[in-house]
Design a protein around this ligand. Sequence first.
Ligand SMILES: [Zn+2]
Length: 242
Amino acid sequence: MLVSQMTMTEFDEMLEKTRTAVVPLGSTEEHGKHLPLDTDTMQVFHTAMMASQHIPFFVCPPLHYGYCRSTRDHPGTISISPGTVRSLVKDLGHSLYSQGIRGIVFLSGHAGKGHMAAIEEAAQELVDELDVVVAVECEYHWAAEAGAGGLVETEDDGHAGEIETSRIMALDPGLVKGSSPEEYPDFPTPLIEREKLTAWPGGVWGDPSKATPRKGVALYEATAHKLVELVTRIEAKIAGKG
Ligand SMILES: [Zn+2]
């Protein structure tokens, strides 16, 4: 159930049914010329809402900002620092715990390595400090994994490519404004590039032209299923059965 629409009475009553909360972590980040800046948040939030139709858990209001390094110079990316990500995860974890929550999933729609590392560091501190079960997962990786069986045609698909375009089409085709050319970033690894736009002008990793709403629906079914499995596992662990 969606925390933002609950009353305090409903929140209290819900604790009888579940002690697990999912915190969807998104970003405000360029996704090519054709996808909304809120793409990561929309995807992870939709997965959480879909999964919550199958089993009860708290769906927290999503965080619409994350640490975006590779796309920081593209128009529209509004990034926060890894330290802020860590602090937010820590504070949310402590507050949820004080409200009776004993299992937390920090589920990120944004896949940046530095962003995920910041979430993991904070989650480690939470489990060291509190009697709480915490999971950190990148929801995009669930989608990529589900697409790898042949559903997604692009071999090296990533940011704003076939997967993400299909998933936004599935939510609302009107949110997709045309398309962007197939593109793969050219970062000079292991060197750290200062000029992000030089290495990645279009901000796309993959091929958006292969996207269809049908693929998006299938990917959401897979990601929602993964989240149901994870919450079930956490609830069992909280109950001492896991
Ligand atoms: Zn994305």
